[in-house]
Design a protein around this ligand. Structure first.
Ligand SMILES: *Cc1c(COP(=O)(O)O)cnc(C)c1O
Length: 484
């Protein structure tokens, strides 16, 4: 176990000496002054550096290796975009500065709105959402307000497929909607007959259908046009969860599929890492009829300058302070400019990579839906489970080979699910390496399952007691009464 930096402390050791003289604290209000010396570790600068380097070495990141975490893709996010987002002219801007003072930033946001409109096909866009789930909530608030304004308050239900990402029912539920589940068919797609039955049953109480396409199985919904027709014929809206746009961008748009509202995760598809708790950005796009419902302010250009427009007739109001997570917007804009027409190539590569891996692995693991996939595919560990090795253990064993495990046990409609998303940025050699290890593990299940059951063997943290970790989480190190 690594010692905490407090345990490495040696009395009297200093890193840097800041100042020879006592600094007067006279100007501070008395009640805020410390009475005791704080308990701080006493280490040299070199030891402090070694300590934090050692900790960071324990982390697995996309720079350490392959990271096929389906649906929550950790792609390579160009470092130059981090640099651009940290330019002083951008980071030193105060959100309360006037529009005149912030023309550059407003122009950047306006142009990003325009680019995202083009990518999604939508007619208007807000950049406010700070995450995917936040975008969903914003979208659902628009749905709710739209039906209120249009005198249809009885539309209180939202249809969501059983393969949906958990945030979909959660966001609709938070917004006060009742969730109605639509089943998937044997091809892993929305069962259109069941959908029709639901509309027959619930009639004009349905407000919207929330879907993602490709769905969480990585499959393109072939009947999307028909689904859109059914929704619209019944007066409902169609919501698109565009968290993972890397299968379709540049090829088709949610608008073409018939969607009315879409959210994107800039922190998945557009150059900000997902994970680690943010910051992210979940812009929301809408069709013309819903334009007046967007949160304010939206960024407009009045022919002369860029302005924050608060004047939308049916706005749902504010959903986030100031302009959202601006730094994430800068990275997304830089990424889109950098890619240009090659955004399409990114989608094609993502789909090609996923299908390549799927074909390499499908004779070693069960593939419940055996068809061409989009950016990801879902294997089942049922065959291995029958021999006593669960998907969780396969995931742990992968760590021994320095691979981040795929998303496991999701989507819920596949038992022992392993959701694999290689992304567009991996090369063939890396994909082959991963496939070889997956095949090796499949063989190990037959020959030496014990070795898998006790994995990981060389990760910094071995098997944790999952129940205890969840119920009695203890992350706090308490100092001994006296350090020395
Ligand atoms: C990641 C994801 C979300 C949620 O995004 P957050 O930023 O984590 O809130 C929603 N839907 C799908 C399909 C996702 O993959």
């Amino acid at each position: 176990m690594t010692k905490t930096i407090f345990e490495k402390s040696i009395k009297g050791m200093t890193g840097v000496t800041l100042c020879e003289e006592e600094i007067s604290a006279d100007f501070l209000p008395q009640q805020f002054l410390r009475k005791d010396t704080p308990v701080l570790p006493e280490v040299s600068e070199l030891e402090a550096m070694r300590h934090f380097k050692e900790l960071s070495d324990k982390n697995f990141c996309v720079e350490s290796g392959f990271y096929p975490l389906g649906s929550c893709t950790m792609k390579y996010n160009p470092k130059v975009n981090e640099y651009l987002a940290s330019l002083e002219g951008l980071t030193n801007l105060h959100p309360l500065q006037s529009d005149d003072d912030a023309q550059g930033a407003l122009e950047l946001m306006y142009r990003l709105q325009e680019a995202l409109k083009k990518i999604t096909g939508m007619d208007a866009m807000t950049l406010h959402g700070s995450a995917g789930a936040h975008g969903e909530l914003c979208g659902m608030m628009i749905v709710k307000h739209y039906f209120k304004v249009n005198n249809q308050p009885q539309r209180k239900k939202v249809i969501i497929p059983d393969s949906a990402h958990g945030t979909n029912p959660a966001s609709a539920g938070m917004c006060g909607f009742e969730i109605v589940k639509v089943n998937s068919n044997s091809k892993g797609q929305v069962d259109v007959e069941h959908l029709q039955t639901l509309f027959d049953e619930h009639k004009d109480t349905i407000a919207a259908i929330m879907m993602t396409n490709p769905n969480t199985l990585g499959l393109f919904e072939e009947n999307i046009s028909e689904i859109a027709k059914i929704a619209h014929k019944n007066g409902a809206l169609l919501y698109y969860d565009g968290a993972n746009l890397n299968a379709i961008m540049g090829i088709t748009t949610p608008k073409k599929m018939g969607f009315d509202i879409v959210h994107l995760n800039l922190h998945k598809t557009f150059s900000t890492p997902h994970g680690g708790g943010g910051p992210g950005a979940g812009p929301v796009g809408v069709v013309e009829t819903l334009k007046e419902f967007l949160p304010v302010p939206v960024i407009d250009y009045n022919g002369e300058k860029y302005v924050r427009n608060y004047d939308l007739k049916n706005t749902i109001g504010k959903i986030k302070e100031f302009q959202g997570n601006f730094g994430v917007l800068v990275k997304a804009y830089a990424y889109i400019l950098m890619k240009g027409d090659r955004l399409k190539q990114a989608s094609q590569d993502a789909v090609l990579n996923a299908n390549y891996l799927k074909e390499k692995l499908k004779s070693y693991y069960d593939l419940p839906y055996d068809c061409i996939c989009m950016h990801e595919f879902v294997l089942s560990g049922d065959r291995q489970k029958a021999k006593g090795v669960h998907t969780l253990e396969i995931a742990k064993r992968l760590m021994d080979y320095k691979f981040h495990p795929p998303t496991v046990y999701f989507p819920l409609i596949v038992s022992e699910a392993m959701m694999i998303e290689p992304t567009e940025t991996e090369n063939k050699a890396r994909l082959d390496e991963f496939a070889d290890v997956m095949i090796k593990i499949a063989k190990e299940v037959d020959e030496n399952p014990q070795n898998i059951l006790s994995a990981p063997h060389n990760a910094p943290v071995k098997r944790v007691d999952e129940t205890n970790a969840a119920r009695h989480l203890d992350l706090r190190w308490k100092p001994e009464p006296k350090l020395d």
